[in-house]
Design a binder for this molecule. Sequence first.
Ligand code: ZN
Length: 196
Amino acid sequence: MTAEFGATAWGRAWLRTAEPVAAPPDRLRPKARSLARNHAVTSLTITAGQVEAEVAGHRTSLRLPLWDDAERVERLVAKALDNAGPLAPGDLPDDLAAAFRSEGIAIAVPPDALTPDCACAARRPLCVHALATLYALIQRIDETPALALDLRRQAHQLPDPPSPDWTPMSTINPAHFYKSPGETNGPTTSARTRVR
Ligand SMILES: [Zn+2]
């Protein structure tokens, strides 16, 4: 049977963050698992050093440290990809996780290295929403292991930052930016016709 959380070496590493071996039982864990299982974690986005989501109406984020030895990580990734046969998109070679382990590079971070932020009023550091985000992250990484690399790789390996004439989303009036299909079709079609 495939594990619901942590079906891959990559997801399993992050499961240890949600459920540290030495940690006492936590009554929030079953609730958090259930939120993740029942798709109550939405808009999950994974970027370098950050996971964001909306959980039962609360904006939640987890910040975490990147790998500090980026060069060594890249060397291991390149070597494993060279040796691997064809991979499905988003998959990683099996022996990459083993190579990380033998080089002492932790795939995940310990719970105390997470910086959670949540819109709820819970006083504990990892509220049920942050924990549910972590479980949803584990599921997502099991589906697409390469996300485990995106999460902890240096930002320079991500697409170039926006150019100086980039318009921040916050300055765009959503009412104008997100036009309904009817509104966009009319003017766009006529403009194109005019150019031709
Ligand atoms: Zn919360």
